[in-house]
Write a protein of this length. Sequence first.
Length: 505
Amino acid sequence: MNAPVVATQSVTKRFPGVVALSDVSFDVTAGSFHSVCGENGAGKSTLMKILSGVITEYEGGIQVRGKRVHFGGTREAEAAGISIIHQELNLVEELSAAANIFLGREKKAAFGFLDDRAMEREAAALFADLECDIAPGRPVSELRVGDQQLVEIAKALSLDASILIMDEPTSALTESEVERLFRVIEKLRERGTTILYISHKMDEIFRLSDRITILRDGQHVRTMDRSDTDRTQVTHLMVGREIEETNLASDRKPGEPILHVESLHLPWPGHARDWRLEDISFTLRKSEVVGIAGLMGAGRTELLECLFGAAPHQPTGSVVLDGRAVHFQNPAAAKAAGVALVTEDRKRLGLFAQMNVRENISVCTLDKSVSGGLVNGRRERDATNNAISKLGVKTSGTETAITNLSGGNQQKCIIARWLETDPKVLLLDDPTRGVDVGAKAELYRVIDELCREGLGIIVTSSELPELITVCDRILVLCEGRLTGELNRHEFSEAKIMEYATAASP
């Protein structure tokens, strides 16, 4: 573990109006677990895309095993033994899980026909290694984000790479799935695989790392051994400032009920259980944040989809919004009534990838900028700039392509879009997925401010400390049923997990 297997030498990457990386140099030791940390927009993902051949135009140099390389694409990087698990899922939804794993290097049978059985057999073996039960022949479009993330991981593992880049691989995984992944990582390390790991989660970084490299604003700040630092120092180096302990909700005073849900059922045709949600009842008040906890498949996302008129099947039960019974047939009706949803799947359901920042933020509220039957560009830009300022979006301007922003800043744009609709109830489905520690603190403060302004907020998260930080109450789901409700003075991770595993009635 002495010789560097990867060395970056004064790597610089410029996008229009933005310097994503500036003169970045550091070494990665062969066989090590090397974490790369930094806020959203620090340049972590850009650097990993250069190392894996996704980005081919940049300044500076890269050495792999002592040899200078400049990959012209991902195939060249894979040939050199480098594979990447992307934070933003890079899957073809219409194809099966197995077909996605072997896309571009399909296995062939006699006469050049695809050998689907062989691919599904190997995919099943990969899923077995990951200790998950995904059906290899199932279309990716039918999988939840967490399972899609596991398909992406299996795809990278199938390449048998000696250098594996993991960009936020646990961002959509439950705690049990994360533990499975860590067991796979240990197996890879035993084989001598070098792992470059991007994460905002300090628990993961300090549990797994041999060395830690910190980037800030596109520049290399420091590389150090894990044993020579601690979480406080790493966080400070990441953001260039101290992160205050967030203490929310303690003095908030919820107001009148704004949303009441009674006996909500969501059918599940063709499944042995017959229902995704069964007999869900709860109340949300103005100036209150209610959290939804539960393991993967518990029904967190499905509950928010029902409330937003976006469920795959028609739910039954009663929903009362601001004193009026509602029955949304589609999201447009929910939006018109004052309900907004920020989805967990940013790339597939949240972003308009071909649009710029201004268009992504204003797309739901263009009518506010109309004057004389035409969109008033100045009014639209002013509204967008106000939204960018309120949420602290890091962008070179309103006309910047949304895809040029980091994942966390893309998420802020989506939240800004829905806040522009002036909602009464804001539904946040895992809103800080892929967001760094500094940006999380900013989003927590935004949630707190919105709550204090009278908004009713429902938030899901797979990170229990996050729910404990921001919520007034937490509802716990297990297999589509409401198994527990905790007030703030009752919060504990152990108690939530008891309910989430149906250990308590």
